[in-house]
Design a protein around this ligand. Structure first.
Ligand code: S3P
Length: 163
């Protein structure tokens, strides 16, 4: 099974992905880390020198490649916060996509009010979250609310949903 984790920046996709990988013994990747490796530069550098459109194209290509590579196998893939913007139907069709839903308060608790490594994170948080909700909804097979929960508790809920 390909398990994908979606949700806004700071909802815990990467740490919950690591926790699930530890429990299931499956390969786990982080889409942003794959992009950084492929481009040999940080996400912030890619945005600064090439812009968001270029990043989205690389993001989609890396996602398609990974979903094809693991077709029929087991994988946990932590997505970027914006990955479903262009890929919701693909994620719905080719993976069991879990939406890690977080309130703005939880996101701010995890990240703070700014983060130089996340070029799209800023004071428009609530508006951006609202704009993204239909895309998260369209890709999701299951929704797990993460507010006030530790990564291991969220992993327990996900394991119960997929077994
Ligand atoms: C983005 C989220 C980031 C990263 C990029 C764009 C977004 O990933 O892909 O900065 O559009 O929400 P995280 O959700 O892991 O921070």
């Amino acid at each position: 099974m390909i398990l994908t984790l979606e949700g806004f920046m700071g909802c815990g996709k990467s740490s919950i992905g690591r926790e699930l990988s530890r429990r299931l013994g499956w390969d786990a990747y982080d889409l942003d880390s794959m992009i950084v490796q492929r481009e040999s530069r940080s996400i912030a550098e890619i945005f600064a020198s090439e812009g968001e459109e270029y990043f989205r194209r690389i993001e989609t290509a890396t996602l398609e490649y990974t979903l094809n590579l693991y077709d029929g196998g087991d994988l946990i893939l932590s997505l970027g916060g914006g990955t479903p913007l262009r890929n919701a139907p693909l994620l719905k069709e080719k993976s069991c996509c879990i939406w890690l839903r977080a309130t703005p308060e939880t996101i701010i608790r995890h990240i703070g009010t700014s983060d130089p490594t996340r070029p799209l994170f800023g004071d428009d948080l609530r508006e951006r979250l609202t704009d993204r909700t239909p895309f998260y909804q369209a890709a999701a097979r299951h929704i797990v609310d993460v507010d006030g929960k530790r990564a291991d508790q969220v992993a327990d809920e996900i394991l119960a949903l997929i077994k």
